[in-house]
Design a protein around this ligand. Structure first.
Ligand code: SF4
Length: 672
């Protein structure tokens, strides 16, 4: 089989098989342009009160020093919008020329003030001219058109000001804050998100205003990826190519926040999409830029290779005609999740089973049973027994090493084929073959056989000689620079050959830095990008992350974190916590840690922790419960979208939240 460049009908990216940046229109934001052949820009948002001029200036400087190229500041009302002038003046006096962005929700009058002061305004099409009441309204086409006319009347003055002052604008759709009008017509869907922005973009074009940047954020990376892809396809179909601002909202903090952000942002960067990145973490804002930089830096080398190929700058993508690709499997859609159909390999992996996790223990101390603690099997020497945890791996690869203790019965052991052949007791032990070993083997397992291969092997003669059976599982490796696309092509070819063999996606990493924190962060970001991008598309029955220089505990939790972020295997509580901003009514970082410390054992529950009642309830999307700041020292608790306890004291709020979870039968006591 040849290896073609795969282009999609309608196209949301240039290529599914090689790195190619989707080049957008260049937009001018102060003296830091975005889009076109400019680097992917880094940005973040302040968390201070916008009326606290010194605090905001100083925080902005910390963000700039951390790598921020644009600084966004909330402007909830006219007085904050006006104070942006003072903040800007003081930054300029201190020598900082960073473009400022005003963040607007619900307040066109504040936007109109800010647009005369700062370099860019961000508007949310879900709430610029609409108040959310969660009403379902059946609009006739005429009524719908009437609504658009009403919005135009409110929105056009801002566009005119932006034109006059040379101010850029981001039309920033959020999954959680779609207007009732969009929800009523399109539902809570990527299509609704796209249409929400397109309505505003079309209005801008009617007014001959093109200095636009677009975003499609969601706290669910799957929804976010689908929405951005659909946006690009829709824009191209209408002859538009505005730059994309990438972000996952309310990603949370620490490992979860980094993995979730990388799954969403990284997947799109892999497709060559994205002109600016904001990582939203419930941490100090200066912690965000280094994460965004680490995500973006991976593409500098790929972009260089692409530019060398086309000899210079890449042309923009306006007016490119839709291209088609014959080999693209009909079962594949980049706009909806559909798990690839595989058989169940003797109840070990594949079919409807959740993706399996493999870790490599071949270098570990296999004389000590407690070595399995890091893989999620807690050994009790007293009872000589293992307890499984929510994040217990399914397979351990032992290579050619034999443990001197008995492993738990539900943990499968993987050995290199020659070593496996020599084992006297093969219960729970399975061979890992090379492709040629498997083709030529006369001794295979009746239960499970793993075969390591690389994507190009599918075109080899040996692959054609493979004896297929329901015990066969592939371990797919890659050493390509653009490894995700290399592995994705393998899945497309498997679909074309109608092969339903389960696949474990394996990625190996080595990091040069000696800084263990940085190494861990690089692992989280890179593995979440590479594996997350495939899992989001429904590919992969298991994952195997191999990094010799990182401990097994970190690798295990990264693997389960990626499965959780892609929602393919839930093993812990999910926290949808906002990054906080000038509207925040309590210390989000401390509160998130406090809530986490008492609820982190509630596997599968989604808890929203939001700083303000203005945006919080809308933006916590599909959280099961919400903890939302509603005044100084006041919290409102939500069950889904319903406020069940209003304005209770912050001192009792967590106990009350646990009470509600208990009432619903969703509480379990934490194990000691
Ligand atoms: S939900 Fe959080 S980040 Fe969003 S506006 Fe409210 S306080 Fe700011």
């Amino acid at each position: 089989m040849h290896t073609p460049t795969i282009l999609l009908p309608g196209r949301y990216c240039n290529s599914l098989t090689e790195y190619s940046r989707f080049v957008t229109r260049e937009v001018f934001i102060g003296d830091v342009p975005m889009g076109g052949n400019n680097p992917i820009r880094i940005q973040s948002m302040t968390t201070t009160d916008t009326m606290d001029t010194i605090g905001t200036v100083e925080q902005s400087i910390r963000m700039i020093n951390a790598g921020c190229e644009y600084v966004r500041i909330t402007a909830p009302s006219i007085k904050e919008a006006q104070n942006l002038a003072e903040i800007k003046k003081q930054l300029r006096q201190r020598g900082y020329t960073v473009p400022l962005v005003a963040d607007i929700h619900f307040t066109p009058n504040a936007a109109e003030v800010a647009a005369r002061i700062v370099e860019k305004v961000r508007v949310n099409p879900g709430n610029y001219a609409d108040k959310k009441k969660f009403d379902q309204i059946d609009y006739t086409d005429l009524q719908y058109q009437g609504e658009l006319e009403r919005i135009y009347q409110k929105f056009a003055p801002l566009v005119k000001i932006c034109k006059e002052y040379g101010t850029a604008m981001r039309i920033g759709t959020n999954h959680g804050s779609l207007s009732d009008r969009i929800m009523s017509r399109y539902g809570d869907t990527p299509q609704g998100m796209v249409e929400s922005a397109m309505e505003f973009m079309r209005m801008c074009e009617t007014l001959n205003y093109y200095n636009l940047v677009i975003s499609m954020k969601s706290s669910n990376p799957q929804v976010m990826v689908q929405a951005y892809r659909l946006l690009v396809e829709t824009m191209v179909a209408e002859g538009m190519n505005y730059p994309l601002h990438l972000g996952v909202t309310e990603a949370g903090d620490g490992e979860d926040g980094r993995i979730k952000s990388a799954v969403g942002i990284g997947t799109l960067l892999e497709d060559g999409l994205g002109d600016t990145v904001r990582v939203s973490l419930t941490e100090e804002p200066e912690a965000e830029a280094p994460v965004a930089i680490a995500l973006v830096n991976r593409y500098a080398e790929r972009l260089k290779a692409e530019r060398q190929k086309v000899k210079g700058d890449i042309k923009d993508n306006t007016n490119l005609s839709p291209l088609t690709f014959n080999l693209l499997p009909s079962s594949y859609s980049p706009y909806e999740y559909k798990k690839r159909h595989t058989y169940e390999a003797n109840a070990f992996i594949g079919g409807h089973m959740v993706p399996r996790v493999v870790v490599d223990l071949s270098e570990a101390n296999l004389k000590d049973a407690s070595v399995l603690n890091d893989a999620g099997y807690i050994y009790s020497p007293l009872l000589d027994k293992y307890n499984m945890a929510d994040q217990s791996v399914d397979f351990v690869f032992l290579g050619d090493e034999l443990p001197s203790f008995n492993l738990p019965a539900n943990l499968k052991q993987l050995y290199n084929y020659p070593t496996w052949q020599k084992l006297t007791h093969k219960v729970n032990c399975h061979p890992v073959f090379t492709l040629s070993e498997y083709v030529n083997a006369n001794d295979r397992s009746s239960a499970l056989n793993l075969v390591r291969l690389k994507p190009a092997d599918i075109d080899s003669e040996e692959f054609g000689l493979l004896p297929f059976s329901n015990s066969l599982v592939f371990v797919l490796e890659t050493d390509a620079l653009h490894g995700m696309a290399d592995q994705r092509l393998f899945f497309f070819k498997m679909e074309e050959l109608e092969l339903e063999v389960p696949v474990i996606i394996k990625r190996s990493y080595s990091f040069e830095t000696q800084d263990s924190e940085l190494k861990t962060q690089n692992l989280q970001l890179q593995a979440a990008t590479d594996l997350g991008a495939l899992l989001i598309d429904g590919f992969g029955d298991g994952i195997w992350i191999d990094v010799p220089s990182i401990d097994i505990k970190t690798i295990t939790s990264t693997a389960f974190g990626i499965l959780q972020a892609t929602r393919s295997r839930i093993s812990k509580t999910e926290y949808i916590s906002c990054p906080s901003c000038g509207r925040t009514l309590f210390d989000l970082m401390v509160t998130t840690q406090m809530i986490r410390s008492r609820t982190s054992h509630l596997k599968g529950l989604k808890i929203g922790i939001m700083g303000c009642i203005v945006n919080g309830p809308g933006e916590m999307a599909d959280a099961d419960y919400g903890y939302v700041g509603s005044g100084t020292d006041k919290i409102t608790l939500y069950r889904g979208k319903e406020a069940v306890k209003k304005n209770i004291s912050a001192a009792n709020a967590l106990d009350e939240l646990i009470g509600i979870i208990r009432e619903d039968g969703n509480w379990i006591e934490p194990s000691v």
